[in-house]
Design a protein around this ligand. Sequence first.
Ligand SMILES: Cc1cc2nc3c(=O)[nH]c(=O)nc-3n(C[C@H](O)[C@H](O)[C@H](O)COP(=O)(O)OP(=O)(O)OC[C@H]3O[C@@H](n4cnc5c(N)ncnc54)[C@H](O)[C@@H]3O)c2cc1C
Length: 293
Amino acid sequence: MIIIKKNEPLANHCTYRIGGPARVLFLAADEREIIAGIEIAKENRFKTMILGGGSNILFSDRGFDGLVLKLANNFIKIAEEKEDRAVVLAGAGAPLAALVKFALDNSLAGMEWAAGIPGTAGGAIRGNAGAFGREIGASVLRVRALEISGKSVVPAIVGKEDCAFGYRESVFKRNKNLVITAAKFVLEKGNANEIADKIKECAEKKRISQPLDFPSAGSVFKNPEGFFAAKIIEDCGLKGRSAGGAQISEKHANFIVNRGNAKADDVLALIAQIKAAAKEKFAVDLKEEIEIV
Ligand SMILES: Cc1cc2nc3c(=O)[nH]c(=O)nc-3n(C[C@H](O)[C@H](O)[C@H](O)COP(=O)(O)OP(=O)(O)OC[C@H]3O[C@@H](n4cnc5c(N)ncnc54)[C@H](O)[C@@H]3O)c2cc1C
């Protein structure tokens, strides 16, 4: 069932808990509803943006003057089974955590690294999310998308080779007219106990290294080639620096956390300070990993 909310605070729809109202928030539970949302936006000449789990986004304090299309098509099923592997089909709105759990429940290996990463399958594919040397692109077989061109909305199947996965990159990030609606993943058959152990290990490593006790959107900057953004920020002496309610985490310097009542402008002020210091001290141009809306 389509759910439409007017003037909906975006702070309620992102892990940062920051952001003013969306003119319209449109919750779509299947592909038909996603198309309906895109068409309503076109008819009303609203700007449109796609929202997954909101775990890689900083929304403006002024909100979004358009239609936010939140994907809630969260089915996950086995599409095909072979002796040694299975193809899993998931809706773009399926939480990554649910995909990790589904793989475990079916003794399928290959998603353990994603334990503890928030967000949806669609958001993860778009940014080629990764951890511990693994990336989601490695498990993608093909992606189902909608291409918005002029007045039409055309379904497209994008094979893995055309996804152009790179470090936190994909064709979906470069082409904003592509909306991911579902994807197929190839996972290897494995041993449930070993998969469970790996999941625990990955989640524990994240718990130890990341400031999970405060709202954030994960790592703010990509690691520049040959560097770690967190180390650069630390070496600039910025760890713990605050602006309003936002703070560069004491635990992981590439996280800017919301200490309670941060505004987007507070986070942006810290981003600007970090970029200026990294440029001055290390001649490095840090690039945001998070999406600033
Ligand atoms: C505590 C914490 C830890 C994290 N750890 C990691 C980590 O280890 N590794 C990592 O890679 N990331 C990490 N992240 C960042 C984030 O969880 C991932 O980038 C996640 O994959 C984003 O998915 P999402 O659904 O929340 O995307 P959103 O934040 O909703 O959207 C991000 C961008 O993708 C676009 N988008 C979303 N869905 C679609 C779609 N279906 N089609 C087209 N475009 C779409 C949006 O328009 C937006 O531009 C972390 C975040 C937090 C808060």
